[in-house]
Ligand binder design. Structure first.
Ligand code: PEP
Ligand code: MN
Length: 338
């Protein structure tokens, strides 16, 4: 962090500001000019509120040289984090492929889809039990019954289960029942939820918020990591742009950017990114090509009758084809598919 002082700030006031900043435990290197003076701050500046410094009447502006996320930052943790979900690794050489319906609907549906995606090569099962729907009149999920059905599907296939949490009240239940707790796009900045998930040691799938910048998203990861839980898988699921042809705009550059900024693994959700089932396969290929550590894909046995997101869900046979296609790309980029 660099603090630029207003011209002709008296020495006594510069010294007072240096004392204040040193109190935060960082080192201050002043460069005092005849008119302009600057203070270079080195060390852990995460405890300093830059707006408070900027509020000082002698300060002209504060410039940031390091990212505000520290624990999620590759600079302080150069080795990639590999999240281990009951033996399924996310962030290693093997791609992690999570597949399953948007929502858990019936026992036959979730167990049937789980068996189909497993046969095609998926290594985790997804399925929403608590659904964050735009309309309060739309299907809200089977809730706790949905969690029970997911457990049955895990029992039948051995696939770890990934499902979305909506309320901090359900954390204990999720910790006991599921293998990866998903934080949906709409809750990416639910800071109370993030903080409490930081107290657990469960792998967290952190989806990018609808309009979140990469920095805001990594700061959300930082909330979880600040509590001591470093088991985070980031998920790019498309962002809001002016384009309405697709449900969202898949930001493929975010994968490359995150790989440059953070050690956390990142996967891509081409289903929510596009909202169109026939776009899932080409974008799954693109995601693997740019270096994603895996995919999360909506698969439904009967998309035309799905209770949620049927239009973006692919059938098991199409999913099997996606697995073949991404294997070809994985070979080229030095990754593996189960
Ligand atoms: C989902 O995965 O079903 C979901 C609701 O995703 P998102 O939070 O990305 O919209
Ligand atoms: Mn969905």
């Amino acid at each position: 962090m660099i603090v630029i002082l207003k011209p002709n700030t008296p020495k006594s006031e510069i010294d007072a500001l240096i004392d204040k900043i040193t109190g935060f435990g960082v080192q201050v290197s002043p460069v005092i000019g005849t008119e302009l003076s600057i203070l270079g701050l080195v060390g852990d500046t995460s405890k300093i509120d830059p707006t408070q410094i900027e509020a000082n009447r002698n300060v002209d502006k504060v410039l940031h040289v390091a990212e505000p996320f520290k624990k999620a930052n590759k600079m302080f943790h150069p080795m990639p984090t590999v999240v281990d979900v009951n033996g399924v690794k996310v962030g290693g050489k093997q791609l992690a492929v999570i597949a399953g319906p948007c929502s858990v609907e019936t026992e036959a549906q979730i167990v049937g889809v789980a068996k189909d995606v497993k046969a095609a090569g998926a290594n985790m099962l997804r399925g929403g039990a608590f659904k964050p729907r735009t309309s309060p009149y739309a299907f809200q999920g089977l809730k706790y019954e949905g969690l029970e059905l997911l457990k049955e599907a895990r029992e039948a296939t051995g696939l770890p289960i990934v499902t979305e949490i909506m309320s901090p009240y359900d954390i204990d239940r999720f910790v006991a029942d599921v293998d990866v707790i998903q934080v949906g796009a709409r809750n990416m900045q639910n800071f109370d939820l993030l903080r409490l998930l930081g107290q657990t040691r469960k792998p967290i799938l952190l989806k990018r918020g609808l309009s979140a910048t990469i920095e805001e998203w990594l700061m959300a990861a930082e909330y979880i990591m600040a509590g001591g839980n470093g088991q985070i898988i980031l998920c790019e699921r498309g962002i809001r742009t002016f384009e309405t042809y697709t449900r969202n705009t898949l930001d493929l550059s975010a994968i490359v950017a995150v790989k440059n900024l953070s050690h956390l693994p990142i996967i891509v959700d081409p289903s929510h990114a596009t909202g169109k089932w026939w776009m899932v396969e080409p974008l799954a290929r693109a995601a693997v090509a740019v270096g994603a550590d895996g995919l999360i894909i909506e698969v439904h046995n009967d998309p035309a009758h799905a209770l949620c997101d049927g239009n973006q869900s692919i059938k098991p046979a199409v999913f099997a084809d996606v697995m073949k296609q991404i294997k070809g790309i994985a070979d080229v980029v030095g990754r593996e598919v189960r």
